[in-house]
Write a protein that binds this ligand. Structure first.
Ligand code: BGC
Length: 382
């Protein structure tokens, strides 16, 4: 503990920043400008860059490809760092086989049934990439685009502005959508994401981030022993294609009840028909707080072995908890280990899946003249 704290302070001092002790952990009170390097090239020669950021004890590497968080390192209760986010060490794997590792998701997080919706009396057909449905924006969503990235330091914050303009009709969605995402690392080591978008035609938008978390370290095995708490009394059951039926079902008396913290593995083999359809947890929790003007704390994950914790606060009304059901041992991650079922979990803050086809769900419609804004904050501890 003492050694690692001294190392952190020495590193910060070398970088010309000061440190303060908050809750027993050394935190830098000033950030350095993010550093850029070449990560790889796409087949057409386009360069993909990687940005390294550090603040308040959190270290992060972000790609211009998909706004991907390639790694996120935080200390454990003894001050030992680990990368807690699944990813690849090369651009080719991100292009060819990523299940959205660390990526920005757009234009629409999760599924839209048959890739179809009607807005203002007009029907739209989206790109279909998940059986009969459209998942995470279609075959070439925001996770498969090169973003313009601009670094910033503001007071004690450091971060990146990521810009992408999605053309009218891209993946079947109406309107030119101008998107700006801000990744901020605060002096406390929080990772905050602010999303903004405007459109030239009425459209639907639901942006999120798809980090695969393993608080014991990527490639270290299952997350079934992680304890999870979600402030939600209801969730949205799905059909076999993982499209919500429209029902808001109570979690009470089911494996979906995470209102008190419990190990993810405790009820995962319960055999509830909804778990059988999804091969585990892959559902949207209806957050008790609903849509809020400011981010409110909705979920906590804790890895008892390392002591690392992640708290999520959001303005969004929904949270997709996905227990890494489709990881099947075929992908090799940054640390050289293959990823198997349940080796990570995703907690995607969002509006509900398939909202454009459910008038009872909170609306995802964005019109010209309006600005879409949403925020999620990740707070780390040990
Ligand atoms: C979805 C899963 C999907 C995963 C990665 C999650 O957001 O809910 O069904 O398999 O993303 O593709």
């Amino acid at each position: 503990m003492e050694l690692s704290r001294r190392t952190a302070i020495a590193g910060a001092a070398a970088a010309g920043v000061t440190t303060a002790t908050v809750g027993g952990t050394a935190h830098a009170t000033g950030g350095r400008k993010p550093v850029k390097e070449l990560f790889g090239k796409l087949a057409d020669g386009t360069k993909v860059h990687r940005w390294s950021l550090e603040n308040g004890g959190t270290r992060m590497k972000v790609l211009s490809w998909g706004g991907v968080v390639q790694s996120l390192e935080i200390p454990d209760r003894k001050g030992r760092y680990a990368n807690v986010s699944l990813g690849f060490d090369n651009i080719e794997d991100y292009v060819a086989k990523t299940p959205y590792f660390g990526a920005l998701i757009g234009r629409f997080g999760n599924r839209i049934a048959k890739g179809r919706f009607t807005l203002d009396g007009k029907s739209y057909q989206l790109s279909v990439n998940d059986g009969a449905n459209s998942l995470h924006g279609g075959t070439q969503g925001f996770d498969k685009r090169v973003w313009d990235v601009e670094p910033f330091t503001k007071g004690s914050d450091v971060g990146l502005y990521l810009h992408y303009t999605s053309a009218d009709g891209e993946m079947g969605y109406p309107g030119t959508l101008k998107v700006k995402v801000t990744y901020t690392l605060t002096r406390h080591g929080d990772w905050r994401i602010d999303y903004e978008a405007t459109t030239t035609k009425a459209t639907v938008v639901n942006l999120t981030s798809h980090v695969y978390w393993n608080l014991a370290g990527e490639g270290s095995g299952t997350i079934e022993n992680h304890e999870l708490k979600i402030a939600a009394g209801r969730y949205t059951p799905t059909d076999a294609g993982l499209i919500p039926t429209g029902e808001l079902a109570k979690v009470s008396g089911t494996p979906f009840d995470f209102r008190k913290a419990k190990a993810i593995g405790r009820d995962i083999r319960d055999g509830h028909p909804q778990q059988v359809l999804a091969k585990g947890y892959d559902h949207n929790w209806v957050l008790d707080k609903g849509i809020t003007a400011k981010p409110e704390h909705v979920a906590t994950v804790c890895d008892p072995s390392s002591g690392r914790t992640l708290k999520i606060a959001t303005v969004e009304p929904g949270l997709q908890f996905y227990s890494g059901n489709f990881l099947d041992g075929t992908l090799t991650g940054t640390g050289g280990s293959t990823y198997r079922q349940g080796d990570a979990l995703c907690l995607e803050t969002q509006h509900f899946p398939d909202s454009p086809n459910h008038s009872s769900f909170p609306s995802t419609v964005l019109r010209p003249g309006q600005t879409y804004r949403t925020t999620t904050v990740h707070t780390f501890g040990a």
